[in-house]
Design a protein around this ligand. Structure first.
Ligand code: GLN
Length: 204
């Protein structure tokens, strides 16, 4: 196990624990040296400094968030500028427009992007490809894409922080305190993306 390299004081990151890669995100946060907590009911949101919505299946997540009465409370936290990070299905849950979504599927509609579910096509449902994390460094971030959404358009406020070299599409994007990845940083040992999210929490 990699040594925890920094002390992040009292930061606690919530991981929405209704479905998907919850344990994997908590493991990555642990390796970064940050405390984490599962968020299952509205009151769990009270003591967190940032929230991760993990990958899984966005139609199921939408249903479970609705059944759990979490749309409004999480929406209020986002409006209150709590940092939030959506990975894969979690990014779909934040996006203003979902292409090929299920008719009854909902999202928080805060990220000014349009995402296409399963946007890399059936044959390439899942693949691994290096990501260039900024314009200058070599593409050396191990991108794991699992039935990943494709970002098809971006609003003016959205910054592209990473592109997959396969087709140069944006895969890591940021709009103020909202971060989104179409890939799964929690499934690799490269902690740079989680560290970036923690630095966004530290800026608050
Ligand atoms: N294709 C899934 C969806 O639409 C997302 C896949 C994932 O999160 N790995 O929700």
């Amino acid at each position: 196990m990699r040594e925890k390299h920094r002390f992040f004081g009292n930061i606690v990151v919530g991981v929405l624990a209704l479905q998907g890669d919850v344990i994997e995100h908590r493991r990555a946060l642990d390796l970064v040296g940050v405390k984490s907590k599962e968020v299952k009911v509205p009151s769990d949101l009270e003591s967190i400094d940032g929230l991760i919505i993990p990958g899984g299946e966005s139609t199921t997540l939408s249903l479970l968030v609705e059944l759990g009465g979490m749309f409004d409370v999480i929406g209020e936290k986002i409006a209150g500028r709590m940092p939030i990070f959506g990975t894969c299905a979690g990014l779909i849950m934040l996006s203003k427009e979902i292409i090929d979504g299920r008719r009854d599927q909902k999202s928080f509609e805060v990220f000014e992007v349009s995402v296409k579910r399963n946007g890399y096509g059936r044959q390439l449902d899942s693949f691994e490809a290096p990501i260039a994390l900024d314009g200058t460094s070599p593409p050396n971030y191990p991108g794991v894409f699992i039935r990943a959404p494709a970002v098809v358009s971006l609003g003016d406020k959205v910054e592209v922080l990473g592109k997959v070299i396969k087709d140069e599409s944006p895969v890591l994007i940021r709009q103020g305190r909202i971060l989104g990845a179409t890939f799964h940083p929690e499934l690799t040992d490269d902690l740079r993306v989680h560290e970036l999210f923690i630095s966004m929490i530290e800026e608050v």
